[in-house]
Design a protein around this ligand. Sequence first.
Ligand code: BTN
Length: 270
Amino acid sequence: MSVVMADRRGCADEGADLRAHWGTQVLGARVYCYEQLDSTNLRALELARRGAPEGTVVIARHQTAGRGRLGRRWIDRPGGSLLLTVLVRAPDEAPALVTVAAALAAAEAVREGVGLPALVKWPNDVVVNDRKVAGVLAEGPAGGMIAVGVGMNVRGESSELPAEVRDTAGYLSQEAKRELGPDDLLPVLMPRLEYNFLALQHPGASRELLDRVRALDYLANKRVTVRVADRQISGRALQWADNGALVIIDEAGCRHELQAGEVTVVGSEA
Ligand code: BTN
């Protein structure tokens, strides 16, 4: 285990044996901590291209060019967000499940570590009390690795968020009504990420992972509109398919399996 302090300021856990602290075997093979970075995903991809091993972790206190899904920006509150990327080997089957595995781990960490009723909103969001508190962005492959980035809003107020997400995003400390910091979540999240990523390497084990995500499905049975490229589908969300796709029954009764898209909930009656 080697901890590489990437700049002089470093993270709170400087010099500590992070794998022992996190209870992980693979995640934390190398750990790069930054006070500020453009994007942990970009840094992790660069490291992967240079041969960084599986389990390499990049953590930042603040990102100046955080990346979100669909080309969006991910804006954080300096010191208030958990921002990290891990390098995992691309699974042979259903690569989309890497995102599912990470979003599920984040939701489980919020449930078990903070006690909030976190759910997973297909394909990559963690939602608490109808507010998005975390997102996942998987990019790559590079050097045989996928860079799986997790951003979690831990300490702050939704009023501090950019106007476009103020009504839909939230912070864990605000939802939990108590003081929390990014470091509180790290040791809870890491072993769950590892458990879920290792599950993807075993044929059949991803079924158990999908069962767990279906049990925490935010969209199940809700009326939704999904924007996919240049078209829009409205209907009822059914569940996650075995390959991680979202199943929708549209108003004409046709079944759609969506691999990607932007989902908006338009109602939640059964
Ligand atoms: C989304 O909800 O659109 C995904 C957001 C993912 C944000 C995280 S923060 C850590 C990692 N580095 C990035 O640049 N993005 C991801």
